[in-house]
Design a protein around this ligand. Structure first.
Ligand code: NAI
Length: 341
């Protein structure tokens, strides 16, 4: 596999965006950050429209001096560029019904996550451009790093090149929101979705399981709830380890630990046989994520996620997870700590 191309400010020409009407459908985490960055990059405010239903996000956009349009079809009709920045699960319905029928034939549609494009849940005309500009940061960081004059990691790709100019438009937009300052990595909706869903359904469930089981084994050996909670996560040691891993290196961060710890971690991890987990990971990646099985299953329960109480499948999963020894112990420890405050 060749190294990914990385695009910088010098690869992007902001002039391409001159005279274009840019619509942000959504002014939430990403929408608010990206719209402000784009405006601060010199794009005129009268060419920016925030399309938002009447809610506190719309009020926020107004308070920041943006033009807000509540009628999505009107905003879509005016758009040369449409940033699709509403939650992934509502995008197919809202975009397909309220925006898509009114969009220009040569519009550029910008997505910030690969999910709906990879699973073909959005309706585009073949003449339209579809590009991905997907920051790898929460919106508040997208904004605060831009304000500090710094860049942020971001994936960029062309998913459909209807006009023949999709890449230059994607790069100009990436630069305008501050994403090419530190380098935007060439990616794809497939790659972004594969990595994102694999982490959510393969990697992190295993990490949660490892903590849960480790907790039970140590508790059985006589360790107290309080000591375990602090030792394992409440001290923030795992957060620090990952911060060091990002800064110094995934392996090199171990050098901050004691010699006994370094020896134990390196020797222990090398002795573990990864064959079974590798097969399990492949099963998740190929037979759950990439083949669309998860997407199909998730779409069946999506409507139930709006429900209250036990009828909401997410609430059921929380309830079950909190029944674990780890969950119960943490509840007791936190209640005790609250009494001390
Ligand atoms: P969000 O949850 O902050 O979205 C809120 C916005 O969506 C508001 O403007 C709200 O009015 C609008 N909205 C919500 N439900 C709606 C509905 N039913 N109909 C019409 N408008 C509705 O969204 P967020 O987190 O900014 O995500 C937007 C996109 O950015 C998604 O594709 C997401 O995957 C991607 N992304 C998000 C990141 C994050 O930091 N949260 C990081 C990188 C990408």
């Amino acid at each position: 596999m060749p190294s990914a191309k990385i695009y910088y400010d010098s690869d992007a020409d902001l002039n391409i965006l001159k005279d274009k009407t840019i619509v942000f459908l959504g002014f939430g985490n990403q929408g608010a950050a990206q719209a402000q960055n784009l405006r601060d990059s010199g794009l005129p405010n009268d060419k920016i429209i925030i399309a938002n239903r009447q809610d506190h996000y719309a009020e926020d956009a107004k308070s920041k001096g943006f033009n807000v349009e509540h009628d999505f079809s009107k905003a879509a009709a005016a758009a040369d560029v449409l940033f699709l920045l509403i939650p992934d699960q509502v995008q197919p319905r809202v975009f397909n019904e309220q925006a898509a029928p009114h969009l220009k034939d040569n519009v550029t549609i910008v997505i910030a996550s690969g999910y709906n494009v990879f699973y073909k849940l959005l309706n585009f005309k073949s003449t339209q451009d579809v590009v991905m500009v997907a920051p790898r940061m929460i919106g508040s960081s997208v904004r605060s790093l831009y304000v500090k004059g710094k860049g942020f990691p971001c994936f960029v790709s062309v998913e459909q090149d209807g006009t023949g100019n999709a890449l230059s438009t994607a790069l100009a937009l990436s630069r305008a929101i501050g994403a090419t300052k530190a380098g935007a990595i060439a990616s794809s909706a497939r790659e972004e979705t594969a990595m994102d869903l694999f982490a959510e359904q393969g990697l992190w469930p295993n990490i949660i399981m490892l903590f849960r089981e480790a907790f039970s084994v140590l508790k059985e050996a006589g360790c107290s709830d309080e000591a375990l909670c602090y030792e394992m996560w409440m001290s923030k040691e795992p957060a620090e380890i990952f911060e060091r891993a990002a800064e110094d290196g995934f392996i090199a961060q171990l050098k901050h630990h004691s010699t006994v710890s370094q020896y134990g971690q390196l020797n222990g991890s090398l002795k573990l046989d990864g064959t079974a987990i590798r097969e399990h990971f492949k099963e998740i990646l190929y037979n759950q994520v990439l083949n669309g099985k998860f997407c199909q299953e998730f779409s069946k329960i999506e409507a139930d996620l709006e429900k209250e109480g036990d009828e909401n499948p997410l609430n059921q999963l929380y309830k079950k997870s909190e029944e674990s020894e780890l969950g119960q112990a943490e509840k007791r420890v936190r209640a005790r700590l609250a009494q001390l405050l």
